[in-house]
Design a protein around this ligand. Structure first.
Ligand SMILES: [Zn+2]
Length: 245
């Protein structure tokens, strides 16, 4: 068994690549779910404003009908005016006509205001519909992209996992259990290069004995502070080689 820096570095790299893939595989669906929720909210808001606009149009129609019925009433009253004989009755009808005319004026003012509002809201609604449609199209593209990428990513992850098992051959049998525990605890960060004489996981300096063990590469060396599996960084390997010569 030879736990050289190269073989451990390769194993570390495989762990890191597998983690990056797992992260991508889990972040893609999360992004899709978040966008889906946002799209659903926007569609619900759009539907609510569409209904409110419809309701406003119904109210407008009602006022227009109301104007017509006041107008019809005035026409009836005018016909009556020609038939009444008493002054008192004549004045009462004239007063009623004036009241209805006042109602019509008020309603016409409201109708005009509502028509302007409805026009503005119709234009805003159309713009919102177009925007939500664009958002929905973008969402559909994103969803398709994430789903189609997931297939090769899963295959790649399986390949990486197989490569990790193979690369784990360098782990001495008696340290497999400890290696597994460390990987379980730290994930892809379970291994750390020793850079400038310190563990790059916790930045604590390694002892001369540990450095010797790393150079001999006969067994695994664990950081005494953070527990990570250590290996020499490339430049440290070169330095130690130069020192040895
Ligand atoms: Zn450490």
């Amino acid at each position: 068994m030879n736990t050289t820096a190269d073989s451990l570095r390769d194993l570390h790299l495989l762990h890191q690549r597998a983690k990056a893939l797992r992260d991508r595989l889990s972040s893609g669906p999360k992004t899709v779910a978040a966008r889906q929720a946002a799209l659903t909210n926007r569609q619900a808001a759009l539907e609510a404003s569409r209904k409110a606009l419809q309701e406003a149009k119904v109210q407008l129609k009602k006022r227009e009908h109301s104007i017509q019925s006041h107008q019809a009433k005035i026409d009836d009253l005018r016909a009556k005016l020609n038939q009444v004989k008493k002054n008192e009755e004549y004045r009462a009808i004239q007063n009623q006509i004036a009241l209805d005319k006042g109602q019509i004026e008020k309603l016409e003012g409201e109708v005009l205001e509502e028509m302007v509002q409805i026009d503005e809201r119709t234009a805003a609604q159309a713009a919102d519909e177009a925007e939500v449609k664009k958002f929905a199209d973008e969402f559909a593209r994103l969803k398709e992209q994430v789903e189609s990428q997931a297939v090769p990513q899963r295959v790649q992850l399986q390949e990486l996992e197989a490569a990790i098992v193979e690369a784990e051959d360098v782990i001495p049998e008696d340290l497999r259990e400890r290696y597994r525990r460390t990987v379980k605890q730290h994930g892809a960060d379970a291994m750390a290069p020793v850079e400038h004489g310190a563990c790059s996981g916790c930045f604590v300096t390694v002892t001369a004995q540990m450095l010797n063990d790393l150079i001999n590469a006969a067994t695994l060396t664990f950081c005494r502070t953070c527990g990570r599996i250590l290996y020499l960084a490339e430049e440290d390997v070169l330095t130690t080689r130069r020192t040895a010569q």
